[in-house]
Structure formats: structure tokens, C-alpha cells
Design a protein around this ligand. Sequence first.
Ligand SMILES: Cc1ncc(C[n+]2csc(CCOP(=O)(O)OP(=O)(O)O)c2C)c(N)n1
Ligand code: SF4
Length: 502
Amino acid sequence: MADDSKALSQEPAIPWNGYEISHSKSPVFYDLYERKSELKQQTHYCPGCGHGVAHKLIAEAIADLGLQDRTIFVSPVGCSVFAYYYFDVGNVQVAHGRAPASATAIKRTCPDKIVISYQGDGDLAAIGTAEIVHAANRGEKITVFFVNNAIYGMTGGQMAPTTLVGQKSTTSPWGRRPANEGFPLHMSELLATLEAPVYIERVALSDNKNIMKARRAVRRALENQRDGLGFSFVEILSPCPTIWGKDPVDARRWVLEKLVPVFPLNVFRDHKPELPPNNLPPQRLVSDVLGISAKDEAAVPSLPQHPHHFRDYAIKIAGFGGQGVLLLGQLLTEMGMREGLEVSWLPSYGPEMRSGSAHCHVCLSKERIGAPLISHPDVLIAMNEISLRKFAHQVSPGGLILYNRDQLPADFAVPQARVICIPAADMADKLGSTKVTNIVLMGALLEETECLAPATAMRVLEAKIKKMDLLELDRHALDAGRNFIDNQVRVGAVSQPDGFAY
Ligand SMILES: Cc1ncc(C[n+]2csc(CCOP(=O)(O)OP(=O)(O)O)c2C)c(N)n1
Ligand code: SF4
């Protein structure tokens, strides 16, 4: 008996004692859900929740259309935040409301993928209103499933933009009053005013007949993307028994009796938009945009291969806006790229154009880089005292700090890293412009760590800087930084002939 029930759950469509099995799990779901050791067979959704039904319809459609290997599912913030534990497809979990923006990026970079944005009503119609309107207006070739349960489920029942007039929520305990909270937002109707969307339908998980209609709409929206048609949007009216305070049967009935009259079921859009001729922007190769086209490269004699004595190398550069903090990071990143490394550059700066704090993370690696964020850099280039105090403790043990002064602050405890004080700004000033402070520090970095070749630095600077006098200044600055390391390194407040403090 136990064996038979196992066959029931795992082997679909095999005749069993004269019956055909028709209720197996879709192959697009993982066999086991690894989220919690005690709940490997079931989802985290409440009994009767519409998300489970919506997941099932989507998974079955993906399987039937043969799209599993091409699908990327973008999960929202909300009760369905853990969708990636269930769908055995590519998964990305994104910030609240931002799924259409992330889906846009994914679809544009991987046009052959089937990209699904799955969102609740708080996610899509409140915090993410701008994202969905603009993705729809651009006609992004993605599929959006909008699960409208008229409430914020995950956070315990606050009012959503789709909450009905008179419906009680924790933030409208008296019932939604339009004079105070406005009327329910009709997202399907709103998006249907735009020209670009190809398909917009509202369906309901209220009863078997409507669930079958929802099944057809889900398929249609995925077929549209498979066929490259354009933006497809399915609004799914969905029960949330827990927050509505109803049992699953009553909650389904409530969808039909209360939600559907306010949000009528309809196909609001089903056409292909007329696009003007020559509608596509001109396509250019990335190498052309960066000015490193194959033609240019071929014209330049190739450099000898630089030995990289690391697998990953993480550099953090910090200072204030106007010191060339971000530019130095970009130059190092491009150098790494030219030397055949994987690279990433992650800037961070405040709202001020100049003088605000700024820093950037540069990763150089022989392997693909998982995340551009650096928690423990191998090297910190601190271009001012604030940055030194803020980031020095993050440097890996045995790492290096290059500090843009001739000595450390008197009360500064030298951390676990080696510190080299280099008065780069003064040196740059003497060369003719403090603007090249960052290049002095670059010279010091290259000479001290040998992470990248100085010849590559010059190659990159020559490609970037068209003014000959500025290029000459940069050449001197690079040499000055390198010479400083070779000849007159000061460690902390103390001059050291070899330049190192341990
Ligand atoms: C930036 C941000 N703001 C607010 C929250 C809190 N939050 C988590 S889920 C949620 C609402 C989700 O509601 P909905 O999109 O309707 O999904 P449901 O849970 O009903 O499926 C909110 C406000 C958050 N996680 N992040
Ligand atoms: S709170 Fe509502 S939306 Fe969230 S899992 Fe439970 S029933 Fe579903």
C-alpha cells in the first residue's frame, strides 16, 4: 500500500489498477522543497491560499509548453517571496515592487529566455506602481502574473491599493473610505490605456470554471512571450483566507461575490501593437561603445602576459567626490579586463556632486565574479582620513592600506593590515595638478602589489585621455607613485626604508 501511494505521487500518467493518474506534481516544481527540513513536501502558503493554485497553473503551463529550461522566474516581496524554493527554473528574488525592472534587464540581456514577473497587489500596485506602468508602456516582452488578493498578506493585512471600499484592514480598521484612502486601483484597466501591451486579462480563482479560464490565460500569456509578441499581463483575483478571516471555501466564494463585481473579469487587450517602421534603436557592439573595438586592439602591439599572483583580488577605493575615486576604480577595472581577468566595479556615492563621500569596489578575478560587493578588501586606498577611519578595519588580515597622507593620524591604531602612507596629493600638486592624485596612488598600488601591469595602465590612459599634456602628466604621476614605493616609503608616522609595517 505504501509503495502504491508512492507511485501515485511520483509517476504521472501511468495506469494504476485500471485508473489513470492525473494529479501528480508538475515537473517544473522541485521534488522536495528545501526551505525547511520539516516541510519538504509542502509550500509555506496557508491552506486555501490562491498563490498555490496560481503556482500550479504556471508550472503546468511551463511544462506543457516545454519552456522549463528557458524560464527565469522573478519573485517579489510578499507571501510569494519564496517562490524560488518551488519552481525548478532560473530564479531571481528582487526588491519590493522592482520585479518589472529586473525582468526588463533580464529579458533584454537574454532575449531567448522566458521571463516571468510574479507580483502581489501591494508589490505591483503600491510600491511598484511606477515599474509596472513603465515596463508595460515600453512593451517589454515579459509576462506578468499579478496576484490580487485585495490586501497585504505577508505583513498581516494592511490596506492595499486594491482593497475594496468598506473592506477592513489593519490600516483601515473602519473600512476603506474613498474620501480618505481613495478608490480601489484597477490595474488591468489602467494598463489597458497604454498602447504597447499585447495581452491583458483578469481572471479569478473563485471556482473550477474560473480556474480553468485562469489556466487558459496563464498559457496564453506564456505563449505570447514564446512567440516574441510583447508585454502580457494576467491579473489573478485570488483568495487570502488567513487575512480575510475566512475558511478556504468561504474565501473562494468571497472572490466571486465581492471581488469580481468590483474587478470584472475580462480580456482588456488582445492585439499586436502597430509599431512605426525603423522602430529598433541602432545596435552597436559593446567593444565599439567602450572604444576597444577589435580593430583598435589589432592596431596596438600586444603586451607581454602579466602574471597574476592571485585568484581573486579585491580593492576598495574611498575618499570624497572630486578626488577621482570612481575613475581610479574604472581604470583598474578596464586594466583587468585588458589583461584577460573577470572584473567588476561597484560605485557608491551620496547625492552631492562634489565633496560628498564616495567609494567604489573593484574585483579582479581569474574566475567569474559572484558578487561585486566587497566586505573585506585586500587593498584599501584611503584618499582621506574619514575613509581611513571608516574602512581600515575591514581590510583582510595581511592586506594593504594605501593612505593619501605622509603620516597616520596620531590617535589611529594601525590595524591588522600593512599601511603605507604616501602624500599623493602633495606629489600630484608638485607635478602640476592635484587632479592626478589618484594616478599617483595607482602607481603605488601597481608597484607595491604587482596586481596589474604598469604598461597596461599606460595603454588604458592613452585610450582614455586625448589631451597630450594631461596624458604626459598622468605618465609622470604613475611613475612618481611607483618611484615612491621603490625609494621612500613611509610607514605610519615613521620612515622605513623597506616601506612595510608588521
Ligand atoms: C521596501 C520594503 N517596504 C516594505 C516591506 C514590507 N512588506 C513586505 S511584504 C509587503 C506587502 C506584500 O503584499 P502583496 O504584494 O499584496 O503580497 P501578498 O503578501 O498579499 O501576497 C510589505 C509592505 C518590505 N519588505 N520592503
Ligand atoms: S497570508 Fe494570505 S496570501 Fe499569504 S500565504 Fe496566507 S493566505 Fe496566502
